[in-house]
Ligand binder design. Structure first.
Ligand code: PLP
Length: 375
């Protein structure tokens, strides 16, 4: 099956009595054991609703299996602490999601796990590998500058050394990029973004081969970050339209990136679909479409970023991303607020930088709102 068909059909549990076409919501947390093949319990990640969503996502990512979590960070922390032990070393791309960065910085030391943050260049990652490196963690496209990491190059350098590779595939979605096909071991999603897609769900997922997913499940049962049945159902329902939402959002984003590029009031546009983006050639090679986030910069000496935000009428200034509505945020005063100004500027995050999460509205209306706020 291809993507749109998988979105609709994969993983659905057909209930025998009513023959309803949708997976029912099974509310039980207690299940009779005498004739059961395994003990079923929500924290064991094995209820019908959890499995249905995990199976759909595994089909979409072309992996053997998957686990659904209560948040993206539950997936990230559980996967990392499954494969990393005292004395191990892990390599991270420097511009990973802020929550991942803080998790590593604040928790790893107490477990005796060593770590290095490097650029997203394959050569720099390879040079930072040590004898005890067990995990390489990348994110592509990254937040908020949409840097593109060479997925195949990272998978190749890791395989020959028995290092486990993990990618945060949230920004790409399984519609645009399937890193397991290029040899990445574990795929992680914050389902709170595009998978949920309506800004009303917090969840996460980890997808990979059976052996690795079984290993992650053993740890996950102890950490307990599983998802409840009602939310599982909402995710399953959302995933049915993932393909058409992403197609529309990416087409809108391409249009907006092009329009912003031609606007003299905008000093920089970051979008992997633009030929002058650093990662454009790589993105063409490893992505189906270029994603639905566009970042851009106002010349902050000429325009006050706060006034611009205040003047928007349709687009809400809000945290998070990936929903059907277009949202905007200024990383300097949100996700990267805790960084010193010097550190912030060193990674290209100015006060005038905005991250636009493009929704499914009419692209003209989104662009008009930006233009009227600028003028
Ligand atoms: C939001 C996000 C996360 C964290 O997900 P939560 O569901 O908020 O825990 C991880 N990675 C990326 C790229 C994200 O955007």
């Amino acid at each position: 099956m291809k993507k749109h068909t998988q979105c609709v059909h994969s993983g659905t549990y057909k209930e025998g009595k009513t023959k309803g076409v949708n997976t029912p919501i099974f509310t039980s947390s207690s299940f009779e054991y005498p004739d059961a093949e395994e003990n079923v319990y929500p924290r064991y990640f094995n209820t019908v609703n959890q499995r249905a969503v995990a199976a759909k996502l595994a089909a979409l990512e072309n992996t053997e299996d998957g686990l659904l979590f209560s948040s993206g960070m539950a997936a990230i922390s559980t996967v990392l602490l499954t494969f990393l032990k005292q004395g191990d070393h892990a390599l991270f791309q420097r511009d990973v999601y802020g929550g991942t960065y803080h998790f590593v910085r604040s928790e790893f030391q107490q477990y005796g796990i060593d770590f290095t943050f490097v650029t997203n260049k394959a050569g720099d990652i390879e040079r930072a590998i040590r004898k005890n490196t067990k995990v390489i963690f990348i994110e592509s496209p990254s937040n908020p500058l949409l840097k593109i990491t060479d997925i195949s190059a990272v998978a190749d350098m890791a395989h020959s050394r028995n290092i486990i590779t993990v990618i945060d595939n949230t920004f790409a979605t399984p519609i645009n990029q399937n890193p397991h096909d290029s040899g990445i071991d574990m795929i992680i999603h914050s389902g709170s973004k595009y998978l949920g897609g309506h800004s009303d769900i917090c969840c996460g997922a980890a997808l990979g081969g059976t052996a690795m997913i079984n290993a992650v499940m053993k740890t996950a049962v102890n950490f307990g970050g599983s998802l409840n049945a009602a939310t599982c159902y909402l995710v399953e329902r959302s995933l049915k339209t993932l393909g058409i939402r992403i197609e529309r959002q990416c087409a809108n984003a391409e249009f907006i990136a092009g329009s912003l590029k031609n606007n003299p009031l905008i000093s920089k546009v970051y979008y992997p679909g633009l030929p002058d983006h650093d990662g454009h050639e790589l993105a063409k090679k490893q992505m189906q479409a270029f994603g639905a986030v566009v970042s851009f910069e106002l010349d902050e000496r000429k325009y006050d970023p706060d006034t611009f935000i205040d003047n928007l009428k349709l687009i809400s200034p809000a945290l998070s991303l990936g929903g059907v509505e277009t949202l905007i945020c200024a990383p300097a005063s949100t996700s990267h607020e805790k960084m010193s100004e010097e550190e912030r500027l060193s990674i290209g995050i100015t006060k005038g930088l905005f991250r636009l999460s493009v929704g499914v509205e009419d692209a003209d209306d989104i662009m008009k709102d930006i233009e009227q706020a600028l003028s």
